[in-house]
Design a protein around this ligand. Sequence first.
Ligand code: GRF
Length: 210
Amino acid sequence: MKEKIGIAVLVSGGGTNLQALINAEKSGALEHGHIVAVISSQRDAYALERARIAGIPGYAFVRKELGADEFERRIAETVDSSGASLIILAGFMSILSENFVKKYPDRIINIHPALIPSFCGKGYYGLRVHEEALKRGVKITGATVHFVNEIPDGGRIIMQKAVRVRDGDTPEKLQKRVMRQAEWIIYPKAAEKVCRELIEKEKNNGKVQS
Ligand code: GRF
């Protein structure tokens, strides 16, 4: 019986969420997951350096150079050959096609820096999410971990955590607080939950077959 789920983390930038996952695996908080690959859509992403330091194989595939189909084909090939059965999007700035997403049902998760269904969907990424939250004047925002399906930010919600908006917040200040107080905390927890459930599922499948 497989005791740990192989994880491929897809990144594009700084990789602070990747770091939270690496730390959680090291500390044992992510007990049922093992990060086997880090795949970046940017060659110079600092996330790749974090992977290197942690001794995790890193890969870079650039959509503009490869074209959309080949880009996704390479990602899928790397995920499959690394033995990953869970894909974690951690600041991955490229939208995956319906075709790709359908290949991994309930096996791709993402973190969104707001409380879905607020400030989410097409065009809501990065600082824009926090700008819109401040414009609307919400007093509570947060982060959401969800499964990825063909609808942007539309998959089943796995975990959420609220964060208070403060007077005088700028989008940058709010972004940092949401990361510190919500993202880095719930992403490893949600990853562990999904890994545990996948192991259970595999066990049950085994039982059904025998
Ligand atoms: C985070 O804010 C996350 O919510 C969003 O992209 C950002 C990634 O930051 N999906 P990092 O690369 O993990 O530091």
